[in-house]
Ligand binder design. Structure first.
Ligand code: PEP
Length: 262
């Protein structure tokens, strides 16, 4: 079944934070509030070590589970890596692929991102594919070029059916963890470019339904204005997803913005 952007999609990327006890505490608080979140799709993306424990807590809950990365092989001598079947086994439905921190520190490239997307899809894991420009690229007006290249190379070889199972996250690198946020207009300019490209390459029906998230210092007080934009379907939240209160507020602001624009 195709994934659609009918509801606000709010995902919390915990990065390398939270031991198992802390993760359990956070997700338990979110679960207590889940009724208020029913009009959004809410995903928690903890470190690998907490996945199994969190899955147990989320049994029967509408909250979803995702992973922060994966390797493209199913199994083998790849010390330190985690495969898509392992993530499925741990209860994940989503996997972040090509986060800028992975591109910057761990050698992820558009080519490896492409392999990871295909490996995720082969196991029915929904890839959340991160793209975005550096400050230098923005200042030299290379934003659209950069995003276009990442889209083209990252999604190479994917058909319409595949694309109906992929989520894109536009995350300007200069806005990640810096407290700087793209203005709604800056973000929407890129989101609408991405939407146009997807419609051009995969047809209107598929392209118009793809979830395109914004990420980069999303906070409770900027979520509403960002998600009010036509092509911003949700948020990939880092720092502000580490506290239940701020993450819940973000989800509620997302729901409010979505209701008003649809
Ligand atoms: C992220 O981790 O993808 C992110 C956008 O982080 P932050 O919200 O902290 O900028």
């Amino acid at each position: 079944m195709a994934i659609t952007n009918e509801k606000a999609f709010i995902a919390g990327n915990w990065k390398m934070h939270k031991n198992i006890d802390e993760a359990v505490e956070l997700v338990s608080s979110l679960k207590q509030a889940e009724e208020e979140l029913s009009e959004a799709v809410v995903v928690v993306i903890p470190p690998f070590t907490a996945l199994r424990q969190i899955k147990k807590i989320l049994e029967g809950s509408s909250l979803k589970l995702g992973a922060q990365n994966l390797f493209w092989e199913e199994k083998g001598a790849f010390t330190g890596e985690i495969s898509p079947p392992m993530l499925k086994d741990a209860g994940c439905e989503y996997a972040v692929i090509g986060h800028s921190e992975r591109r910057q520190y761990f050698g992820d490239t558009d080519k490896t991102v492409n392999k990871k997307i295909k490996a995720a899809l082969a196991q029915a894991l929904v890839p959340i594919v991160c793209i975005g420009e550096s400050l230098e690229e923005r200042e030299s007006e290379q934003t659209i070029n950069k995003v276009e290249t990442q889209l083209r190379a990252g999604l190479e070889g994917l058909g319409e059916e595949d694309m109906s199972q992929v989520i894109i996250a536009y995350e300007p690198i200069w806005a990640i963890g810096t407290g700087l946020t793209a203005t709604p207009a800056q973000a929407e300019e890129v989101h609408s470019f991405i939407r146009d490209k997807l419609e051009e390459n995969y047809g209107n029906e598929i392209g118009s339904c793809v979830i395109i998230l914004y990420g980069g210092s999303v906070k409770p007080d900027n979520t509403y204005s960002l998600l009010k934009e036509k092509n911003i379907n949700g948020a990939l939240v880092g720092g502000a997803s580490l506290e239940a209160d701020s993450f819940l507020q973000i989800a509620k602001q997302g729901i409010k913005a979505y209701k008003e624009k649809t």
